[in-house]
Design a protein around this ligand. Structure first.
Ligand SMILES: [Fe+2]
Length: 175
C-alpha cells in the first residue's frame, strides 16, 4: 500500500512537469509573435547600422522560432496555441517607453540595447527551463528544438553586448 502511494507520488511530478512545459511553450509562442512587432519598432528606432541589422536579423530568427515552436507542439501532439505572455507585453511596453524617453539623445541606441537584452534574457530563461524539462521527460526532439532556439537567443544577446561596447555606449562604457 505504502509502495503504491510512493509510486503515485513519483509519477505526479512528470505529468505536472509536462503541463508546465506545454504552458511555457504557449507563453513563448505568444511572446515570439509579440516580439515580431517589437523588433520592427526597435529596428526603426536604431541610429546605428549594426544595431539595425542585428534587430532585423533577429526578426528573421524570431519567425523561425515560431515555426520551430509549432514543430515542438506537433511532436507533443498538442495544438499550437499561444497564451498571452504578460511579461513580453510589459517588456515591449518598457522598450517603447525607454525609446521615447531617450529618443534623440546620445544614449538612444544604448537604451534600445538595454530593452532588447531584457527581452533576450527573459527568452533565455524560458527556453533554458523548457529544454531542461523536455530532456528530463525524454522528449528528445522537443529538447533539441528548444536548445536550437536557446542558442540563437544567447547569440543575439552576445551580439547586442558587442554592439554596445563598440559603438552604442559613447565614452567606452562597458555593459
Ligand atoms: Fe526567439
Amino acid at each position: 500500500m505504502e509502495k503504491n502511494t510512493k509510486q503515485d507520488k513519483n509519477s505526479m511530478p512528470n505529468s505536472h512537469l509536462h503541463e508546465l512545459l506545454v504552458d511555457e511553450m504557449k507563453d513563448m509562442l505568444n511572446a515570439e509573435r509579440q516580439l515580431l512587432k517589437g523588433l520592427m519598432k526597435l529596428s526603426k528606432a536604431s541610429q546605428n547600422e549594426d544595431l539595425r541589422a542585428a534587430f532585423e536579423k533577429h526578426h528573421e530568427e524570431t519567425e523561425t522560432h515560431i515555426e520551430k515552436l509549432k514543430e515542438a507542439f506537433e511532436h507533443l501532439q498538442i495544438p499550437a496555441r499561444g497564451k498571452k505572455c504578460k511579461a513580453m507585453e510589459g517588456l515591449i511596453k518598457e522598450a517603447e517607453e525607454i525609446e521615447s524617453d531617450f529618443e534623440g539623445s546620445e544614449a538612444s541606441d544604448a537604451a534600445l540595447i538595454s530593452a532588447a537584452q531584457k527581452i533576450e534574457h527573459y527568452e533565455i530563461a524560458s527556453y533554458g527551463c523548457m529544454a531542461t524539462y523536455a530532456e528530463l521527460m525524454q522528449h528528445d526532439e522537443v529538447a533539441q528544438i528548444l536548445r536550437e532556439i536557446l542558442d540563437q537567443e544567447k547569440m543575439t544577446d552576445e551580439l547586442l553586448t558587442d554592439i554596445a561596447k563598440k559603438s552604442a555606449n559613447k565614452g567606452e562604457l562597458v555593459m
